[in-house]
Design a protein around this ligand. Structure first.
Ligand SMILES: *[C@@H]1O[C@H](CO)[C@@H](O)[C@H](O)[C@H]1NC(C)=O
Ligand SMILES: *[C@@H]1O[C@H](CO)[C@@H](O)[C@H](O)[C@H]1NC(C)=O
Ligand SMILES: *[C@@H]1O[C@H](CO)[C@@H](O)[C@H](O)[C@H]1NC(C)=O
Length: 307
């Protein structure tokens, strides 16, 4: 089996995804406390939070170089020695997909999870999936079995031939549920945290169906729910946890024009650290601002790409 180019994966950028086709999007982060200058106590950023911010680990840049245990734990081939295949460091000269003179697992083609080429196996398959425990998008709870009777998520549901992950998230957010699950490419189910207690996890690779409304996204599988917290891609929120991740509005969909979204960050402690893992503003009119909640004064002015 040879790999074919599937699709581009949208970029996640620290707080937001860009690619706005037009118009003005303003994102505000309100900080309740001014970080004390020069103080580093109470840092809220944990580098160990996750190595991936996309469900399929397209942004994984870690160092795992073996296939998963289900794939017999084979050593990965170096990407600069796989020119006979579709993906090699030669096919990624800018390093956009993280390929290079190494043998770390990567996901250059929008597959379900990171993978790598291996030396020929008995079935003549040249690539295998890697299982990377540290590669889990915050807010994506995983792939779960849905036998249908009773449904794994007990709330309202719907189907759409234009289903995207965010269409389902928005539906469940509006209905006041905490969880949203996409299934079979076109179905959406809402649920509560308590539904998860009897949830039966399925292998990540079972959730491999393309969303009917977006060829670049995955919407569960046959009898398999991909379950998200509804805060993912919301346009507002109150963050009070010691650490967290803010996604761009409508993530993993692209955001529309003329949005003005704000989040209030009030974690415990006196200092706040913001990290932008990936940050790109495609439209020069898009802005990210950080303001002190009490005074409204600007802490970090309008950001530009790469800031
Ligand atoms: C995998 O990476 C580790 C270090 O990260 C290295 O020690 C090991 O030799 C590598 N294995 C292979 C098969 O390249
Ligand atoms: C956030 O908290 C403030 C004060 O507690 C409240 O007024 C506001 O409505 C909350 N916003 C959201 C989006 O929950
Ligand atoms: C965006 O929203 C914030 C907070 O609600 C507000 O202070 C600001 O004036 C708004 N900006 C625009 C251009 O609508």
């Amino acid at each position: 089996m040879e790999r074919a180019w599937a699709r581009a994966t949208p970029l996640w950028l620290g707080a937001m995804e860009t690619r706005t086709p037009r118009g003005l999007l303003l994102l505000f982060l309100f900080l309740p406390l001014l970080p004390p200058r020069g103080a580093s106590a109470g840092s809220l950023h944990s580098p160990g939070l996750s190595e991936c911010f996309q469900v399929n680990g397209a942004d994984y840049r870690g160092h795992q170089n073996r296939t998963g245990p289900r794939e017999a734990g084979r050593p990965c081939l170096f990407w600069d020695q796989t020119q006979q295949h579709s993906y090699s460091s030669a096919s990624d000269p800018q390093g956009r997909w993280g390929l290079g003179p190494h043998n770390f697992c990567r996901n250059p083609d929008g597959d379900v999870q990171p993978w790598c080429y291996v030396a020929e196996t008995e079935e003549g398959i040249y690539w295998r999936y890697c299982d990377i425990p540290t590669c889990h998008m915050p807010g994506y709870l995983g792939c779960f079995v849905d036998s249908g009777a009773p449904p794994a998520l007990s709330g309202p549901s719907g189907t759409s031939t234009k289903l995207t992950v965010q269409v389902c998230l928005r539906f469940c957010r509006m209905k006041g549920y905490q969880l949203a699950g996409v299934e079979a490419g076109y179905a959406c189910f809402c649920g509560s945290e308590s539904d998860l207690d009897r949830g039966r996890p399925a292998p990540a690779t079972d959730c491999d169906q393309i969303c009917f409304g977006h060829p670049g996204q995955l919407c569960g599988g046959d009898g398999r729910l991909g379950i998200y917290e509804v805060s993912v891609g919301s346009c507002q929120g109150n963050w009070t946890a010691p650490q967290g991740v803010v996604y761009s509005p409508d993530f993993p969909d692209e955001y529309g024009p003329d949005r003005n979204c704000s989040w209030a960050l009030s974690p415990p402690g006196a200092a706040l650290e913001l990290t932008f893992r990936l940050f790109e503003l495609a439209d020069p009119r898009d802005r990210l601002e950080l303001r002190d909640a009490a005074s409204g004064s600007l802490l970090l002015p309008s950001t530009q790409e790469g800031a």
